[in-house]
Design a protein around this ligand. Structure first.
Ligand code: 13P
Ligand code: SF4
Length: 311
């Protein structure tokens, strides 16, 4: 039997589903029960009736799924699939930092550990960060972490002055404005779309800044036949499927490579999905206290997203 057939048989026998982020390799996106961005995956995990959720994504996403659906077994095919943003903000360091801001509320980007979420007032993703920030009065004192690029972008568009934790996504942060300018000069009619995890000089050049699903929608609905894309290369699979007639030009991270692969997302393979499903290994476990305390800010985010009809 081929690996895909074996995975299909196992997921049926075990009442399992595979949730995959858009940054997974095409083969995994194609076998997944659902492919989405961070917010959509959290919403899907919450509503799942499966006994097992195999999370084809990174550690913080699987932790969020476990908190939202504690009765399901959540499996992460490679437990080392982390995230530079989540790793930049361990709880003890954050609590030390927070001591200087005793009156501040905490908004945490979902790309952080479940531990950090336990000391967070509201979680956000790149799809809803603006609405989450704007749910607080203009004069509220806020710490935003761990992504300083997303935080400074939201500060700019919401005219706020949130205190920022100094973390970055190692994939988006290295995309350079000089490379974008070169591509814009060569392709003057092509709009630039960028994920808000990119640094400010890139975002300032963008015609559209948005989350992974926001970028996909923009490209689908754009009248342009050529688009310059500043984000992780995994997104190209769905983009090309949705808009086969469009030419997609990815912003390279260096001269020798035209692909911007997240090394953590790409740790997940078809073999690892099969193995963890077969052995029910690599389970994500959280203490009841962590589930309870991290769920409050996650659920606040889901309520605000629902109010604004953000999916
Ligand atoms: P979104 O899926 O929310 O756009 O986030 C991108 C990302 O970097 C996920 O780790
Ligand atoms: Fe983390 Fe960046 Fe990878 Fe997303 S793309 S998982 S933010 S390192």
């Amino acid at each position: 039997m081929k690996l895909t057939e074996k995975i299909n048989k196992l997921r049926k026998d075990k009442n399992a589903i595979i949730l995959a982020h858009y940054y997974q390799i095409p083969e995994i996106q194609d076998i997944a029960d659902f492919v989405g961005d961070s917010l959509a995956l959290a919403q899907k995990a919450k509503d799942s009736k499966a006994d097992i959720i195999v999370f084809a994504g990174v550690h913080f996403m699987a932790e969020t799924a476990k908190a939202l659906n504690p009765n399901s077994k959540v499996l992460l095919p490679d437990l080392k699939a982390g995230c530079s943003l989540a790793e930049s903000a361990p709880l003890d360091k954050f609590l030390e930092f927070k001591k200087d801001y005793p009156d501040h509320k905490v908004i945490s980007y979902i790309n952080c550990t479940a531990d950090l979420k336990t000391v967070t007032d509201v979680v956000c993703t790149s799809s809803n960060a603006l609405q989450i920030v704007e749910s607080f009065p203009k004069n509220e004192k806020i710490i935003f972490g761990p992504d300083k690029n997303l935080g400074s972008y939201i500060n700019k568009i919401s005219d706020r002055n949130m205190v920022l934790w100094n973390g970055t996504c190692e994939v988006h942060d290295i995309l350079e404005a000089e490379k974008v300018i070169e591509l814009k000069v060569k392709n003057p009619d092509a709009p630039l779309v960028a994920h808000p995890e990119c640094a400010a000089p890139v975002l300032e050049l963008a015609d559209y800044v948005g989350s992974t699903s926001g970028i996909l929608n923009y490209v689908k609905n754009s009248a342009s036949k050529k688009i310059i894309v500043a984000t992780e290369s995994g997104i190209l699979h769905q983009m090309q499927k949705q808009s086969p007639e469009k030419q997609l030009i990815i912003v390279p991270s260096d001269e020798t490579c035209s692909c911007n692969d997240c090394p953590y997302m790409k740790m997940i393979t078809m073999e690892k999905i099969y193995n963890c499903l077969a052995n029910e290994s690599n389970e994500i476990n959280l203490s009841q206290e962590t589930i309870d305390k991290s769920l409050t800010p996650i659920n606040r985010m889901l309520e605000i997203s629902k109010k604004h009809k953000i999916i």
